[in-house]
Design a binder for this molecule. Structure first.
Ligand SMILES: NC(=O)c1ccc[n+]([C@@H]2O[C@H](COP(=O)([O-])OP(=O)(O)OC[C@H]3O[C@@H](n4cnc5c(N)ncnc54)[C@H](O)[C@@H]3O)[C@@H](O)[C@H]2O)c1
Length: 253
């Protein structure tokens, strides 16, 4: 087991990439706190983990608030007395929109969840990891932050911001033996996918258009990211920090 007895917090753990990663962490022996603004979905992930004999707890919270980030780190420490992995994964998408039609309120929401949420996670997780002189802070960025598509400029900027945040934080954390790594998924089969395609539901036309942009000829399953997250969180990735790891079938080449 690659993560035996480690403690992980996964934000946005109720669905998609977060749910798959929380489950994969638990399968590798970690105790996992599943955090989501959707409490029902957080509990669903915990049930999945418990059914396979893993250990997990659900926490309801909004990553855009300091109170949530402070509380989840404090709860993990109270429950398990350590914090090895913080996966800042919660995010929100953007419908394809010309910039003049993007509402300021939408801009604020995307930046609050995708950027401020990551910053606040680090603000509260990093002191614990620095003190323990061990830990891995993972961030879900996106290929959009490297190679944007038209009409998703604010989402792309939010992901570009966290890729740079990852690099800056990695330098600060390195002297403490703490690693910071971003993952950049290409389009992934989660509830968010239809929004990126500007569709109510994923359809053949949308799929074909996206697949045509991926050299390996398919999109991600959440488990593609979960396997990468397990590797990056584990000691197998001991020399990887500050990187943005593209899980994208070659999209960013
Ligand atoms: N699906 C894709 O195509 C794709 C591609 C690249 C990057 N991503 C990124 O992957 C990450 C995970 O998204 P996903 O694809 O699994 O989508 P998803 O919609 O399945 O999961 C996102 C989860 O985040 C939660 N969430 C949203 N706002 C929150 C908040 N303020 N506080 C706490 N939880 C909140 C949602 O309730 C949901 O459970 C996001 O950061 C997203 O931007 C997704």
């Amino acid at each position: 087991m690659k993560l035996k007895d480690r403690v992980a917090i996964v934000t946005g753990g109720g669905s998609g990439i977060g749910a798959a990663s929380a489950t994969a962490f638990a399968a590798e022996g970690a105790r996992v706190m599943v955090v989501d603004i959707d409490e029902t979905h957080a509990k669903r992930t915990v049930e999945t983990i418990e059914k396979m004999g893993g250990r997990a707890v659900a926490m309801h919270g909004d990553v855009t608030t300091a109170a949530t980030n402070e509380a989840i780190v404090a709860r993990a420490m109270a429950l398990w007395s350590r914090l090895d992995i913080f996966f800042a994964n919660a995010g929100v998408p953007q419908w394809k929109t010309e910039v003049e039609d993007v509402d300021e309120a939408l801009y604020d929401t995307i930046m609050a969840v995708n950027v401020k949420g990551v910053f606040l996670g680090a603000k509260y997780a990093m002191p614990v990891m620095k003190k323990a002189r061990r830990g891995v802070f993972l961030v879900t960025a996106s290929t959009a932050g490297i190679r944007p598509r038209p009409g998703g400029q604010v989402y792309a900027a939010s992901k570009g911001a966290v890729i740079t945040f990852t690099k800056g934080l990695a330098l600060e954390a390195a002297p403490y033996g703490v690693r910071v790594v971003a993952l950049a998924p290409v389009a992934t089969f989660t509830p968010m996918l239809a929004t990126f395609m500007n569709k109510r539901e994923v359809d053949e036309e949308g799929l074909a258009a996206y697949i045509a942009t991926v050299p390996l000829g398919r999109l991600n399953q959440p488990e593609d990211l979960a396997r990468a997250a397990v590797f990056l969180a584990s000691d197998d990735a001991a020399m990887i920090t500050g990187s943005c790891v593209e899980v994208d079938g070659g999209r960013c080449i």
